[in-house]
Design a protein around this ligand. Structure first.
Ligand SMILES: *[C@@H]1O[C@H](CO)[C@@H](O)[C@H](O)[C@H]1NC(C)=O
Ligand SMILES: *[C@@H]1O[C@H](CO)[C@@H](O)[C@H](O)[C@H]1NC(C)=O
Ligand SMILES: *[C@@H]1O[C@H](CO)[C@@H](O)[C@H](O)[C@H]1NC(C)=O
Ligand SMILES: *[C@@H]1O[C@H](CO)[C@@H](O)[C@H](O)[C@H]1NC(C)=O
Ligand SMILES: *[C@@H]1O[C@H](CO)[C@@H](O)[C@H](O)[C@H]1NC(C)=O
Ligand SMILES: *[C@@H]1O[C@H](CO)[C@@H](O)[C@H](O)[C@H]1NC(C)=O
Ligand SMILES: *[C@@H]1O[C@H](CO)[C@@H](O)[C@H](O)[C@H]1NC(C)=O
Ligand SMILES: *[C@@H]1O[C@H](CO)[C@@H](O)[C@H](O)[C@H]1NC(C)=O
Length: 524
């Protein structure tokens, strides 16, 4: 007889072999980590000064060791740094600890571990039901700028497999970003010590070599998806066949705040990072003067222009390339509102490591702080906030798949600086009044009359009015994220006493407040 346990193991191994689709990813949330800066496999916490731009010691075994920390926050996918061998030594711009300076696509970066280590980490993630996304760089290889004019041919020989002249575009530097030909065919890195040799992606043999690389990468290590670097620097018609070769979900980095420009790439790959909303949300919530209506405009425009009604984006408010939110403002209330928006976003929410520890680094490289210096503090206020928002989204997904395909509805508000976003069963009431401000929302007819609602950030309960409307006010600039209490499952680890008793609970300080209920704000 076949035991159920064996069956589930069997089913699970089958499911990990099948490539993940956009719809598989749509249900998830992603934690973006910088492999060198996330974790070590032992209990050491070495000093790490981001400004010196050296390797600090993080490894794939270190990621494996700290998967609990990520999973307990509610994430079921991670995106890791590029794994390929990079330029070695100090370049004048520091070391290649971030992984974006490839030299050999077919060898691993030994600073992060070996093949067994990478396989072991990915297997451990899969065992927990977590996906792993590879970061793939095919626009360029990296060499020292100083080598270019003198011994260009010999610097190609450091590269693999693209080691000949015809694999690269002739040297010219990108300077005019409005000239798409230049953006695609010229080189990046002029003002640094590291030149990014622009791969000649129009060259047929080169194209096949890159397809072969990405296919091998995904299948050799069982990655569940790829993040494509520097998408706009490669001609658009290159991408569909690379995505096909990858055989799994792909999400592209097209850096621009221009929705039409991004939209142009949305028929070439299954997902894009939503840079337009990234810029709009950061602007709106980095001061009390931010422009909230710009968010609504950007989201509306992307819905009009992106391919298909259910086109998938990655939603983020921080990443490794921009100053952190806490570098733009020290007001925690503002940052929490931005986070709340990110977790009700129509795209896949992505959190960049360290935001959950309140890190405040500025431009690269100071925004690459080592996470271990926080000692993985699961009691940090931001960690708890992320956990609550993440789990609320998960419960909304579990309440019915409609959540995933129902676009956010922005309900017009009278008061400037406030925003009401409905994506049933969630309702986010946001404000950029800041910790010194007062806000009020009036949202008609969003729930069934009298529905009991829980604010997942405070665990207070409220009731929708007789018309199903919600009227709330707040001081201190905090957002409210509401969900019908009927959708809060006892095992969801959110605003339940059961969750309080669970051994690995890391959520918000809740419990008893639910029982008190009905306190707090007056509702229609
Ligand atoms: C390849 O060689 C040609 C002819 O010597 C030269 O014009 C071109 O710049 C070279 N390409 C690169 C990337 O060095
Ligand atoms: C765009 O850039 C390409 C490559 O550098 C150049 O040949 C072309 O003249 C530029 N076009 C315009 C309109 O400037
Ligand atoms: C994948 O594995 C094959 C077989 O071992 C190997 O030839 C190929 O180089 C690997 N590809 C990558 C990108 O690691
Ligand atoms: C779309 O992108 C392609 C290639 O990247 C470019 O040639 C074309 O002009 C773009 N179209 C628009 C409308 O931007
Ligand atoms: C936005 O992108 C579109 C399509 O590439 C382009 O036609 C337009 O000029 C861009 N707008 C701005 C303000 O750059
Ligand atoms: C806010 O942004 C929108 C564009 O989305 C713009 O039309 C409006 O003028 C901006 N408001 C302010 C106060 O800057
Ligand atoms: C959304 O955009 C469309 C077309 O761009 C426009 O007609 C419509 O009024 C916009 N809706 C909102 C709510 O701004
Ligand atoms: C913001 O970034 C700058 C540049 O990295 C840094 O000097 C400053 O200390 C940062 N601010 C905060 C609040 O961390």
């Amino acid at each position: 007889m076949v035991s159920p346990r064996f069956l589930s193991t069997l089913l699970f191994s089958v499911s990990t072999v099948l490539a993940a689709t956009a719809d598989d990813w749509r249900q998830r949330t992603i934690y973006q980590l910088v492999t060198d800066r996330f974790g070590l496999p032992d209990e050491s916490f070495p000093a790490c000064d981001p400004a010196s731009a050296q390797y600090c010691g993080g490894t794939w075994r270190g990621v494996e060791k700290h998967l609990d920390y990520i999973q307990d926050m509610g994430f079921d996918a991670i995106w890791i740094s590029p794994v390929a061998k990079n330029i070695e030594g100090d370049t004048g711009d520091g070391e290649a600890y971030h992984g974006y300076w490839t030299q050999d696509l077919f060898s691993l970066n030994k600073h992060f571990g070996n093949k067994d280590d990478l396989n072991s980490m990915i297997a451990a993630a899969h065992k927990r039901g977590m996906y792993v996304m590879a970061d793939v760089v095919v626009n360029h290889m990296a060499g020292k700028l100083a080598d270019i004019s003198t011994e260009q041919e010999s610097s190609f020989s450091d590269f693999f497999p693209l080691s000949t002249n015809d694999s690269f575009h002739p040297l010219c530097w990108v300077s005019d970003y409005t000239n798409q030909t230049e953006v695609e065919q010229c080189w990046l890195g002029k003002d640094t010590s590291v030149a990014l040799y622009d791969i000649n992606t129009e060259h047929h043999k080169t194209m096949l070599q890159l397809d072969d690389f990405v296919a091998g990468l995904v299948s050799n290590y069982s990655f569940d998806g790829v993040r494509l670097d520097s998408v706009k620097h490669v001609q658009k018609d290159f991408w569909p066949q690379l995505v096909e070769a990858a055989g799994t979900f792909a999400m592209g980095e097209v850096r621009s705040d221009n929705v039409s420009y991004i939209a142009n790439y949305t028929d070439a790959m299954p997902g894009v990072l939503d840079y337009p909303s990234f810029f709009a949300v950061r602007e709106a919530f980095s001061s009390t003067k931010g422009n909230m209506s710009a968010i609504v405009d950007v989201m509306n425009a992307s819905r009009q222009h992106y391919e298909g009604d259910e086109f998938l984006t990655g939603a983020f408010i921080e990443n490794h390339d921009y100053p952190r939110m806490f570098n733009l403002t020290s007001d925690k209330a503002l940052v929490k509102n931005a986070l709340a928006f990110n977790f009700i976003h129509d795209g896949i929410p992505i959190l960049y490591q360290g935001q959950e520890q309140g890190y405040s680094g500025g431009n690269t490289p100071s925004n690459h702080e080592a996470l271990w210096l926080s000692r993985y503090d699961t009691r940090h206020d931001m960690y708890r906030t992320v956990t609550a928002l993440n789990k609320a989204r998960k419960q909304a997904v579990n309440a019915g798949k409609r959540f995933l395909v129902t676009a956010m509805d922005f309900i017009k508000q009278e008061q400037p600086g406030v925003m009401a976003v409905s994506k049933p069963p969630l309702l986010a009431l946001l404000t950029n009044a800041g910790s010194g401000g007062a806000s009020a929302w009036d949202v008609p007819k969003v729930y069934k009359p009298g529905t009991e609602l829980v604010d997942v950030l405070s665990c207070r309960t409220y009731n929708a009015g007789d018309d199903g409307g919600v009227q709330m006010s707040s001081t201190g600039g905090m957002p409210h994220v509401l969900i019908p209490s009927a959708h809060l499952s006892h095992s969801g680890g959110l605003c339940t006493t059961e969750a309080n008793a669970a051994p690995r609970r890391v959520g918000t300080p809740l419990g008893a407040t639910v029982l008190l209920g009905f306190i707090g704000f007056w509702l229609l």
